[in-house]
Ligand binder design. Structure first.
Ligand code: F6R
Length: 616
């Protein structure tokens, strides 16, 4: 939520800021704004409601003077509507020389605002953020020391914040602070950067440092000082960004979502790479970071949204192969109900961004109670990765479209690797059988590509059903979380009612929704596996067909029976029943994208959403 970029150096600040905001726009697109300081023109600020393109057009029509220091912001509105006035930066101080941007929520803003109003401060916006600008400006007036003023203010703020601040009297300094919100430094040659994540500056440098909790940064052209809120220096721990700016561009695709769907063979392959030997044996060197892993007696997966559905799929593999009890918890529910956590609990926190506040808070809660934490994360240097005992990175590359696609298939794949590695560690299955499963995983990237090469009919169906008012999804076993994910994709992209159900649950209520013409997408389990639920799902199809449903089935290649009952069948290649999850979700992603596109909607930036949910 909210993207932040800062720059100081000899290059074009406007180019760095607007380029950075373009790459961060997935974090929020309610408004955008920048401030730069030029030695002659002084502090210049421009901000506009709407997408970044509105600000860019505005700057084209009425340019401001380029400079060598500046800050930029793209907003996901929390306090105050998406208007020009509520857009960041917010200005403060004498002659409005101070400019500040904020990501997060300042929870004690109401009392701070009352205090400022009683001192005669006039507010220009309805945001919580503006208090920080006036507070720093007020402190600066007293001490004439910008760093000291900033330090004094951040200590007074409660909640979540990344703040960036510049002042016309200090045209060489960007101040930044973070608590519970992300902030990364980019180290350049004779120039330095700040960003909500590395996407902000990856076009300029691959050297990055992530800023820890409750730390302040003083960024200058040739120096970076990081301290605690109390001023104690902190050692920088640098990392190299392992993808380049082209990975975060559309590369000729009509949308980031289309590109990211197409990236999935590679995303799955890269997640497996270096972790599976050709004989199928798994090695997760990351496990070394977790003490007494063999003592673990239960696993709790915490995550939100799509990542939680990936957790639901992983649960089947961990329970079956590693023989450990697993519960999957929505992170925002987990810590508010006294969950049972012991030192033998392993928390697996799944998050594409590694910045989802609910997931971070759930993880911290469990860690404080002695649990070990394994993160499955896609973003290098993310807060979750810093705080976990060990991190399995999904090497899906940057995911820019708000709706998660390639991160999902990579998360499931990582979860299955974890299941195999745990099973091997615990000796819960013969190694030869585990190696066979590993070999099945190795075949996945090719199978994913095969599915993506044959989705023509799903595209047509998306267009044909673009007037549907409601679409239902049914699945069993790992097909159930895939049904939930299919419904979520459709809700968030196409803004139509969509629900996923466990097929067995149908006759306990949801079947009442079925009427003539109701589209239902059914994920049919593989037929020829021991204990297959395929016959039961075929019965479910018959039950809804009898009541008028239009059934589109996703089934395994070779299942000749399904076509006798469904109106349409889309086949995916044969694989292990758990790994069918990564295949059967693909036509659902395509279907949702095509349906939304046919309705004329922006699939990369659906309304009301932001990619990284950094507030609770
Ligand atoms: C849906 C979607 C969200 C995220 C959720 C968690 O398409 O993207 O449901 O999966 O907000 O985000 P991360 O994985 O960044 O923690």
């Amino acid at each position: 939520m909210c993207g932040i970029v800062g720059y100081v150096g000899p290059g074009s600040t406007l180019e760095v800021l607007l380029g950075g905001l373009k790459r961060l726009e997935y974090r929020g697109y309610d408004s955008a704004g920048i401030s730069v300081i030029d030695s002659e023109a002084g502090l210049q600020t421009r901000k506009r409601a709407g997408k970044l393109s509105v600000l860019v057009d505005d700057l084209d029509q009425a340019p401001i003077k380029d400079a060598h220091i500046g800050i930029g912001h793209t907003r996901w509105a929390t306090h105050g509507a998406p208007t020009d006035g509520n857009a960041h930066p917010h200005l403060g101080g004498e002659h409005l020389k101070l400019s500040l941007i904020h990501n997060g929520i300042i929870e004690n803003f109401a009392e701070l605002k009352a205090e400022l109003i009683s001192q005669g401060v006039k507010f220009q916006s309805e945001t919580d953020s503006e208090v920080a600008a006036h507070l720093v400006a007020g402190e600066y007036l007293k001490s004439n020391d910008l760093s000291a003023a900033f330090r004094a203010v951040v200590k007074r703020l409660e909640g979540a914040f990344t703040l960036l601040c510049i002042h016309e009297d200090h045209p060489d300094l960007v101040l930044a602070a973070r608590r519970n919100s992300p902030l990364v430094i980019g180290l350049g040659e004779n120039e330095n950067f700040l960003g909500s994540d590395v996407a902000a500056f990856v076009a300029h440098t691959k050297r990055a440092v992530s800023v820890g909790q409750d730390q302040i940064v003083e960024l200058r052209q040739n120096s970076v000082l990081v301290t605690s809120f109390d001023g104690d220096p902190v050692e920088l721990s640098e990392f190299k960004i392992d993808w380049d700016a082209s990975a975060a561009s559309k590369g000729g695709w009509p949308s980031f979502m289309a590109k990211e769907i197409a990236d999935q063979p590679q995303a799955v392959g890269d997640t497996l790479m270096g972790r599976l030997a050709s004989d199928g044996s798994v090695k997760l060197s990351e496990f070394a970071g977790i003490d007494a892993l063999s003592q673990v007696d239960r696993i709790t997966i915490v995550a939100c949204g799509t990542a939680a559905y990936a957790g639901e799929v992983a649960k089947y593999a961990i329970e079956k192969w590693a023989k450990l009890p697993v519960s999957v918890e929505l992170a925002h529910e987990f810590r508010y109900r006294d969950p049972i956590i012991t030192e033998n609990t392993l928390i697996i926190a799944i998050s594409q961004s590694g910045e989802t506040m609910d997931t971070l808070m759930a993880t911290r809660y469990a860690k404080e109670r002695g649990a070990k934490v394994l993160a499955i994360c896609n973003t290098q240097g993310a807060t979750l990765a810093r705080e976990a005992d060990a991190t399995i990175y999904t090497h899906a590359g940057p995911e820019v479209a708000v709706a998660s696609t390639k991160a999902f298939t990579a998360q499931i794949t990582a979860g299955q690797l974890v299941a195999l590695a745990l099973a091997s560690l615990r000796g819960s299955m013969p190694q030869a059988e585990l190696n066979e499963l590993g070999q099945e995983l190795l075949k996945l990237p090719r199978a994913v590509k095969e599915v993506l090469d044959s989705v023509g009919r799903m595209k047509e169906l998306g267009k044909e059903l673009s007037d549907a008012k409601s679409i239902l999804f049914l699945g069993r076993n790992v097909g159930y979380p895939i049904a939930l994910e299919g419904a979520l994709k459709l809700k968030e992209l196409a803004y139509i009612h969509a629900e996923g159900f466990a097929a067995g649950e149908l006759k306990h209520g949801p079947i009442a929704l079925i009427e003539e013409g109701q589209p239902v997408i059914v994920i049919v389990p593989a037929k020829n596996t021991p204990g297959s639920l395929q016959p039961k799902v075929i019965s479910n199809i018959q039950e809804i067909k009898a009541r008028g449903a239009k059934v589109i089935a996703i089934a395994e290649a070779g299942d000749t029976e399904v076509a006798n009952y469904a109106d349409e069948v889309f086949f995916v290649p044969q694989t292990h029943p758990f790994m069918a999850a990564q295949l059967s979700v693909l036509p659902l992603q395509i279907f949702a994208m095509e349906l939304a596109t046919a309705k004329g909607l922006d699939v990369d930036q659906p309304r009301n959403l932001a990619k990284s949910v950094t507030v609770e």
